[in-house]
Design a protein around this ligand. Sequence first.
Ligand code: FAD
Length: 299
Amino acid sequence: MELRQLLPEERIYCGEPMKEHTTFRVGGKAEYFLVPSTVEEIEALIRLCKTYQLPYLVMGNGSNLLVGDKGFDGVILRLGKEFGKIEVDGRTRRIKAQAGALLTKITQEAAEHSLSGLVFATGIPGSLGGAVAMNAGAYGGEISHVVESVQILTVDGEQKVFTKQEMNFGYRHSVVQEQSCIVLSVDFSLEDGDREELFSKMRELSARRKEKQPLEYASAGSTFKRPEGYFAGKLIMESGLSGYRVGGAQVSEKHCGFIVNTGGATAADVVAVMRHVQKTVMEKHGVMLEPEVRFAGRF
Ligand SMILES: Cc1cc2nc3c(=O)[nH]c(=O)nc-3n(C[C@H](O)[C@H](O)[C@H](O)COP(=O)(O)OP(=O)(O)OC[C@H]3O[C@@H](n4cnc5c(N)ncnc54)[C@H](O)[C@@H]3O)c2cc1C
């Protein structure tokens, strides 16, 4: 197949188990799991998917993905370390980073150069592409606050620069989810900061996460979005669901906002826990919890 003319053999994986590539450690096989190393390869692969009408999904670090047990019939494009370049310009207080760079790495680099604005991202285990797609945020900050512009590959295969306004950022939302476009790189505009203070704040946030979040288990972070006026974890706890379990999936006893994989969970287990949580919280509090994790493939 043409695929082998577009990508070296060692970057093509057929029937790749997605549990190996998601922080949930859950998910069936991707028909094709491809690891492009250049933008030209991404463009060519998308064209190929369109020609053969193969569904495709671009992923970063797999830290917000729940892939179904029956796998993904199509192509998963993983943007990895070849898209990990980070360039810092301390003078103009700008950083340009590629979509595959880890958010935590960019945060470290910013602090090294005494640039402030990204400390909130300490401990978010995603890639930059995933962080922009999701408008990732924590502790009062979110990626949209520091993004100046985003280099995008549109669904028609055109490279464009989107301004922050064009990104249509909202709570855990961006234009990427509306238009299925691909984030290639991002320009950040940051503020001057004090290196020692930035690192001290980062250490504080890491410690806070370790204390409050079940980081000892596989998960995809907060399972549900924060409903307006409430906290999902608190609603779940007050609904008596702490520790509720189906198979290997469990509402974390440490932080009810997380569903964790205690070992051997299937996507079906996770979905069963999610459904029960949604139903119970609706009955007890009249609030419909909306998933934050992104579903992919067949369940
Ligand atoms: C322990 C833990 C703690 C977490 N804490 C937080 C938190 O505090 N705040 C928060 O917001 N999230 C948190 N998360 C969730 C997750 O880390 C973020 O949503 C992160 O931004 C996802 O990035 P990713 O690269 O892993 O994306 P993936 O999981 O790979 O993908 C997520 C979505 O982004 C899309 N996507 C990925 N890369 C691209 C790209 N280059 N172009 C277009 N679309 C793309 C995918 O198609 C998918 O729809 C946490 C997760 C874990 C496991």
